[in-house]
Every structure is written in structure tokens, then in C-alpha cells.
Write a protein that binds this ligand. Structure first.
Ligand code: FAD
Length: 803
């Protein structure tokens, strides 16, 4: 066994083998995979191998599509059979909601050029003669669907990696991983120790155990999963062609042809966790005791759809474990607490996603960042709040409700609340409907009564539509008060703080008492973050950004620490926030602050620590995301309630009302203000996102400067549209058409409380940015007229927020 390698991948399931293949394919051949027993000794050997590409979010679709395409590559270029069947796939729609859901996915996938289209029930029956279409109202056909043989596909990645120079050691359990002072790793196995620059945990069912060797805990838990294979069915035998992959999402079931029979798998209505306290070390090519009664409901529904199943004999039943994270999505990327430690864990659908995950991890290791924004699966999206109990509750919930649709803006109650702001009870008394972000509760909107304080779930206009518009009008005309703790809040202080921030961020740092907006660029010039930065007092800065990104931001920033004279503290959980917005905000703050709040003394983009009423040390920023006069206030969470009560009491005669974050997100549409994760992410450059005015290349060197200066011409342009969506809603991800051709996509949508129009923000190809052009947005399968707006719909000069 070699004693060193640039990268050691632990685990020879489909994911580990794919990571190894992609590292070697990208030119890193000094890489090694270490497998406990034989390759595929976890979930991989018994998977159903089903493949589909139409999914959301878009990043997942990109990963699925890439994975789908790799099997032909492995078969052609490396002569490795993957048992690949390219059959196409059919999504069964039993209800109008499912049609809406599929229409949204179809539209979203246009961005990637993934082909799908609705077919008639007669066409569905033609493609799958087994169907009783009387239970269906429609079907979506996806071109790229099929299945692979799981063992062959895994072995194909391994063989191709070997051909490219990688090493694979089988029957070599890893028993220790120890980090050296320089960040490299000693990987101790039963057959010797390997020194590696980077380590990848791809230990599948044993992801938790391998993580524990490095002293970290991953929020993962295995669950049992069944599928069955029927005997030969005459209805299939007589077909003369292979059936497509059949997805019946509303019953949590999937099916495909296996030999001359059918393979039917299901997310059972009862989720059964397995090995809660740890995956047994001697488990391998075994199955779990079968209990088909758990599949009763799914099977009944499958027979409804394919009646001939009722007569089919069952040849084989598989009950195998797979391992899930709290939202069932993979946990990938550099672990925020460890240097040079990459996770490739919790992969729910390794045969649909494994190649894409391998590609992304190889890019991350080799280039320092992936080519696409993968935050939706980033291991950094969960913090310590994702406890063992939370993971058990959420995996159970999402598994058992797999057949339920996920609606736009849907919040899930499971595992909540975790962290409540100090004013939680006050918000609840006011009929707040809460959302959760990075374990923190915040008010999304306020209902008129307790009975109405719950989101209705629909793809059309929900019950909160009008209340949120009314909250927006309150912000525009009087005064809104918003609980505002759900922000990533960092304090950077010390004599070296300004220099360090100037190196880290693209804008020039603000003077004392001022704030600025600054993108954070990656070394390759893509957006790595977007902050407001305030110099509250000499050598003390407050950075604010998207709360759920806090670990990802810290992971990026920690690469450039420690530095003498710089202290970096995450205040996100200990500090609370409140936000005043509206034309009466200045009158209220002037009344209460022990500070000169006159616009000439404390103008737009001012920042200071002050006393409000008798509450000291409140960091007040004069800033606006709604487009109105706005003050954000940050203070220790222990003082939030006192400040809230004071503002509410004193603001009553200024028209103060409570407003939620959905109103913030809608009012900012009228200003064309981009938001992180929607318009802004590592998918974009500062130029594409129109943040280049905040990039100061003349201030000296900073991370991403060279890449920014040498960037190729932008591919896409940020754009604002008004849309004739009528009584529907533009939610985000819809395709944008120009002259009947898809040219872009919506990143977020909503309704402007002042302009009283549907608004869509998004991106269009640069050559398709044409004021006056014949645009349309695809809303639930229909093209509706849209108009490109070249300036913000509300207060385009910004006079109001500066007043
Ligand atoms: C019944 C069932 C049906 C499924 N159907 C599908 C499907 O249709 N489509 C799809 O895409 N996915 C499907 N899946 C999911 C798929 O099987 C998994 O997503 C995939 O196998 C995960 O692969 P992995 O490489 O992450 O983990 P694993 O397959 O668990 O591999 C991990 C490997 O790491 C090794 N290892 C662990 N600890 C150590 C150590 N200390 N030292 C060295 N090696 C170690 C193990 O021996 C093992 O070989 C199904 C799963 C089940 C259970």
C-alpha cells in the first residue's frame, strides 16, 4: 500500500468511486480510494438504479442530468458496461396540483435545456400499456430517464479511475484519521498509514462513524427502504420494447422494467429508522428483514394505476438501508470545522446524483470552489442546531411525506421551534405565521386572527397574498416593525480589521460611523457573499449577510485567518435584530434615540451604537431593503424584548404595525434589489449580478480582483419584469421567453404593493436584453405577457430611502 497520496477517498460505494474518477479525470492521478471490504458494500449494491432528470432546484437537475449522461461516457470511453438503459421517464399526475408541480419543474428545467413535455393520457397509455389512465389527469414525459445496474455502474467508475492512474485498496478498513499541524491528514488503516493532503469522507452508511474519527458529527440517520421485483408479467413480455421509468410522486412510488417483470419501489408511509446509534461495523452485503406490509398503501395505489400488478407473483423483495440528512439532501463540500476535509455523505440517490457530486467535489478540491452553486446540498447548511433528535424527526417526516407536494414558500413544522427570538411570544400573540431559517424562528407574515394564522398550500395565490400586500402598503405609507434577527452577524475588530476586510471584500471599507455594501468574491471572481459592512466605532466592524450562509461564509473567511490584530466573532445567535421601515421611521427613532437622528447628522448609510429609550448599546444602521426610510437595530438578544415593547408603544400613534419577512421580500422587488440565494449566488459574477459598482479595483489587491479584471464577457444580465400573471403567482424558476424562445429564468417573483403588479426578477441572456421586446413568462404551463423594466418600479432615484 502506498504511504502517501494527494487525496484519500474513504469508501468505495458509487459516490466514493465517482469522486475518485472525477479527480483522476481532472488530472489528479495521485489519488487513492480505501474500501473496508469489497466495493459497493453499503447501500450501493442493492439500489434500484432508477434515473430521472426533471427535478428542482435547478442545481439538482444539473447534477441529475450530468449523472445521466456520464453512463454513456463510461461505456463508450472506458468500455465499462453500466447496465445503462435509456428508456425515458413518465411522471404520473393524479391531480391538478401535480400537473402544476410538474409544469413548474418543466419550466425551471428549460434553463438547462432538459427536455420534457406533457403528453395526453392516450400517449401515456401508448408508452406504458399497463396504465389504467382513469386515475390520471395528465403526464409529463421526460426524455432523459432510465436505469443502470448499480454494481456495474459503481465498478465502472472504479475501473475508469484506475485506468486514469488512481489506486484502489480493498479490504482495508480506515480506523483513524488524524490531522497534522499543516492541515494534511494521516489516514490509519488496518494495513498501514497513508499521508494525504485532502481527505474525502464517502463512507455512505458509515458516514457518521468515519466523521467521528475526525471528531465531527454529521446530521445523518439511516432508514430502511423497500422495493420488490415481480415475476415475468405477460403484459410486459408481449411488449416488444422496454418500459420507461415510471414516477408516481403522489404515492411515493417508482417503477421500471426489470427483465420481463416490474421493479416497484416506494417511500413507505411508515418510516423505519435503522441503526440509530451507529451502523454496525460488520454490516455489508446484507439485507434487512423485509416487511412488505409497510408498503401496503403504496402497493394499493400502484395496483390502482397498473391493475396487472395485482396478479403478478413476487420474485424478490429488497429491504435495504440508506442514510439521510434532515432534508434528505446530500451533505457535501468542505466541512466548516476542519481544514482539507471534504464530505460526500448522505447521498439519497447515488445513481442519479453520484457523478454530479463527484464532479463538484473534484472541482472544489482542485480549484478551491465548484463551478456551480451547490449550497442546497452544502454540508455547511446545517449547524449544531441540527441535533440527533432533529435529524430523526425530520428524516421520518420527509420520508413519510415523500408523496406530498412541496409548495412554494412552504415551511415545515417538524423539529421546530429550535431557537426563538426574545419577542417570540409577542409575535405569536399578534398572530404571526412563523418560518424557520438556520434553526431560528422569524415571522413571515401576520394573520388577522389565530384561526387564519397558517399558510395555505397552493401553486396559485395563497391566503397570505393580500395580508403581505397590506403589510407592504403599511411600510410604504406609515411604519412597519419587523423582527430581524435572522441575519448572519459578524464582528470584526482590532487594529488589523480594516486591512483584513479590505483584502477579503471587494468594496472599500466604510469610514467610522458609515456603512457600505460589499460583495465578497471567490478567487475565481464569482460571488462568495454579499454583506453590509458598518464601522460602528474605530477598528470595530459589523458585517451582516444571509443568516443560513453563516457557516459557509465563515468557512470562506477562516481560510484567511488567523491574522495578527484581527478578532472575528460570529454574533448571529447571541444578537437579536429589529427593523423599522416606512416614512414615519425617522420620527419614531428621533423621539427615542439618545443621538442626533436628523437626516443631515445621521444620513442614509450611517451606523452608530447608541441608547434608545434606556436600552444601551444598540447598533443602529440607517439602511433600507424595502426602499423606504429604514433603521436596522442590533443588540444582545436579552434586550430585544424591551426595545420591541418600547418601539411598539411609542410608534402606535405613528401608524406602526408588525410586518413579516415576506413583505420585505416583496417590497424589495419594486426596487429591483437582489437577494442572496435568489438573484445572488456563486453562479454569478459581480458584473452579471450588477454589483460591479461595489467592486473597487483601484483600492489595491483583494481576493478575486484579478479574476474580476480578467473575467470573460458576462453570459447573462439581471433584469426586472412586470408580468400579466392575473390570479396566478410568479414564484421563481419560471422560464422567460423572448419572441417565443426561452432566453432566461425568473429568480424571484411576487406582487408590488405600490405598483400593484406582478414582478419577476431574473436573468436573461445578454443578447436577449431588449427593452420593448415581446417577452413572456411561463406561469404554470402558460406563456403570459411580461414587460422588461429598465428602472425600479418604485422610487427609481432612491429619494425616499435617503430622505
Ligand atoms: C432499496 C434501495 C433502493 C435504492 N434505489 C435507488 C435508485 O433507484 N436510484 C438511486 O439513485 N439511488 C437509489 N438508492 C440509493 C443509493 O443506493 C445510495 O444513494 C448510494 O448507494 C449511496 O452510495 P454511497 O457511495 O454514498 O454509500 P455506500 O454505498 O454505503 O458506500 C459506502 C462504502 O464505504 C465503505 N466504508 C465505510 N466505512 C469505511 C471505513 N472505515 N473504511 C473504508 N471503507 C469504509 C463501505 O464499506 C461502503 O462500501 C437506493 C437505496 C436503497 C437502500
Amino acid at each position: 500500500m502506498k504511504s502517501s497520496a494527494r487525496v484519500v477517498v474513504i469508501g468505495g460505494g458509487v459516490v466514493g468511486c465517482s469522486v475518485l474518477y472525477h479527480l483522476s479525470k481532472n488530472g489528479w492521478s495521485d489519488v487513492m480510494l480505501i474500501e473496508r471490504t469489497e466495493l459497493t458494500s453499503g447501500s450501493s449494491w442493492h439500489a434500484a438504479g432508477g434515473l430521472f432528470t426533471i427535478t428542482r432546484p435547478n442545481t439538482a437537475a444539473e447534477i441529475h442530468r450530468y449523472t445521466f449522461q456520464i453512463y454513456s461516457e463510461l461505456e463508450k470511453e472506458f468500455d465499462q458496461s453500466c447496465g445503462f438503459h435509456f428508456t425515458g421517464g413518465i411522471n404520473i399526475c393524479r391531480t391538478q396540483d401535480e400537473i402544476d408541480s410538474n409544469a413548474m419543474m418543466q419550466s425551471a428545467c428549460r434553463r438547462l435545456g432538459i427536455e420534457s413535455h406533457f403528453i395526453s393520457l392516450a400517449e401515456a397509455k401508448e408508452k406504458v400499456p399497463l396504465l389504467d389512465t382513469s386515475h390520471m389527469v395528465g403526464a409529463l414525459w421526460e426524455e432523459e430517464g432510465g436505469h443502470v445496474d448499480p454494481a456495474s455502474a459503481t465498478q465502472a467508475f472504479a475501473a475508469a479511475a484506475r485506468k486514469l492512474g488512481a489506486d484502489i485498496y480493498r479490504h482495508t478498513p480506515v480506523i483513524e484519521t488524524t490531522q497534522r499541524a499543516d492541515g494534511s491528514w494521516d489516514v490509519v488503516t488496518e494495513n498501514g498509514t497513508v499521508h494525504a493532503e485532502y481527505l474525502v469522507n464517502a463512507a455512505g452508511l458509515w458516514g457518521r462513524e468515519v466523521a467521528a474519527l475526525a471528531g465531527i458529527e454529521l446530521p445523518l440517520v439511516p432508514v430502511e427502504h423497500h422495493y420488490l421485483v415481480t415475476d415475468t408479467m405477460p403484459e410486459i413480455e408481449s411488449l416488444g420494447y422496454e418500459l420507461p421509468q415510471i414516477n408516481d410522486n403522489e404515492t411515493g412510488a417508482y417503477a421500471r422494467q426489470e427483465g420481463q417483470g416490474l421493479l416497484l419501489g416506494a417511500y413507505e408511509k411508515i418510516c423505519t429508522h435503522w441503526a440509530l446509534d451507529g451502523t454496525p461495523l460488520d454490516f455489508g452485503h446484507e439485507l434487512l428483514d423485509e416487511d412488505l406490509s409497510r408498503m401496503d398503501w403504496n402497493f394499493e395505489k400502484a395496483v390502482e394505476l397498473m391493475p396487472c400488478l395485482a396478479e403478478a407473483g413476487i420474485k424478490r423483495i429488497i429491504n435495504g438501508p440508506m442514510i439521510f440528512s434532515p432534508d434528505l439532501g446530500p451533505l457535501i463540500g468542505p466541512h466548516p470545522a476542519l481544514q482539507n476535509y471534504f464530505c460526500a455523505n448522505g447521498v439519497m440517490a447515488g445513481f442519479n446524483q453520484g457523478a454530479g457530486i463527484g464532479r463538484v467535489l473534484a472541482e472544489w478540491i482542485i480549484q478551491g470552489e465548484p463551478d456551480i452553486d451547490i449550497f442546497c446540498w452544502d454540508v455547511a447548511r446545517f449547524g449544531d442546531w441540527a441535533s440527533k433528535s432533529y435529524t430523526e424527526q425530520t428524516t421520518r417526516y420527509f420520508y413519510e411525506n415523500r408523496s406530498e407536494k412541496i409548495f412554494p414558500y412552504q415551511e415545515f413544522d417538524v423539529g421546530r421551534p429550535i431557537h426563538k427570538p426574545a419577542v417570540y411570544d409577542r409575535l405569536q400573540e399578534a398572530n404571526a405565521v412563523f418560518g424557520s431559517s438556520f434553526g431560528h424562528e422569524h415571522a413571515n407574515w401576520f394573520a388577522a386572527s389565530k384561526a387564519q394564522a397558517k399558510d395555505s398550500l397552493t401553486y396559485r395565490q395563497p391566503n397570505w397574498w393580500q395580508p403581505v400586500i397590506d403589510e407592504g402598503k403599511r411600510c410604504r405609507n406609515e411604519l412597519g416593525l419587523m423582527e430581524f434577527s435572522a441575519m448572519a452577524k459578524f464582528e470584526v475588530s482590532g487594529p488589523g480589521a480594516e486591512n483584513w476586510l479590505n483584502h477579503l471584500l471587494a468594496n472599500r471599507m466604510p469610514k467610522i460611523g458609515r456603512m457600505t455594501l460589499s460583495p465578497m468574491l471567490s478567487a475565481r471572481g464569482r460571488l462568495a457573499g454579499d454583506f453590509s459592512v458598518s464601522q460602528i466605532e474605530p477598528e470595530r466592524f459589523l458585517l451582516l449577510g444571509a443568516d443560513y450562509m453563516q457557516l459557509a461564509f465563515m468557512r470562506h473567511m477562516n481560510q484567511f485567518l488567523p491574522v495578527d490584530g484581527v478578532s472575528f466573532t460570529n454574533l448571529s445567535s447571541t444578537y437579536g435584530g429589529l427593523h423599522l421601515c416606512g416614512p414615519n421611521a425617522q420620527a419614531l427613532i428621533t423621539r427615542l434615540a439618545k443621538h442626533d437622528m436628523d437626516s443631515s447628522s445621521f444620513p442614509f448609510m450611517s451606523a452608530a451604537e447608541m441608547t434608545i429609550g434606556d436600552i444601551g448599546k444598540v447598533q443602529v444602521l440607517r439602511v433600507s431593503f424595502t426602499g423606504e426610510t429604514g433603521y436596522e437595530m442590533y443588540l444582545p438578544m436579552t434586550s430585544q424584548l424591551a426595545l420591541f415593547d418600547l418601539l411598539r408603544a411609542e410608534g402606535a400613534n405613528l401608524g406602526l404595525g408588525l410586518v413579516g419577512t415576506r413583505c420585505l421580500m416583496q417590497t424589495r422587488l419594486e426596487k429591483s434589489f437582489p437577494a442572496w440565494a435568489l438573484e445572488l449566488s456563486s453562479d454569478y459574477t459581480a458584473v452579471e449580478a450588477e454589483l460591479d459598482r461595489f467592486v473597487k479595483t483601484d483600492k489595491g489587491d483583494f481576493i478575486g480582483r484579478d479574476a474580476f479584471l480578467n473575467a470573460p464577457a458576462p453570459r447573462e444580465k439581471f433584469a426586472t419584469f412586470t408580468v400579466d400573471a392575473g390570479d396566478c403567482v410568479v414564484w421563481g424558476d419560471e422560464a422567460i421567453f423572448l419572441d417565443s424562445k426561452p432566453v432566461g429564468y425568473v429568480t424571484s417573483g411576487g406582487f408590488g404593493p405600490t405598483c400593484e403588479q406582478h414582478i419577476a426578477l431574473g436573468y436573461v441572456n445578454c443578447d436577449a436584453y431588449r427593452p420593448g421586446g415581446q417577452y413572456a413568462v411561463e406561469v404554470l404551463g402558460q406563456l403570459v405577457a411580461a414587460e422588461l423594466q429598465t428602472e425600479p418600479l418604485y422610487d427609481p432615484t432612491g429619494a425616499k430611502m435617503r430622505a
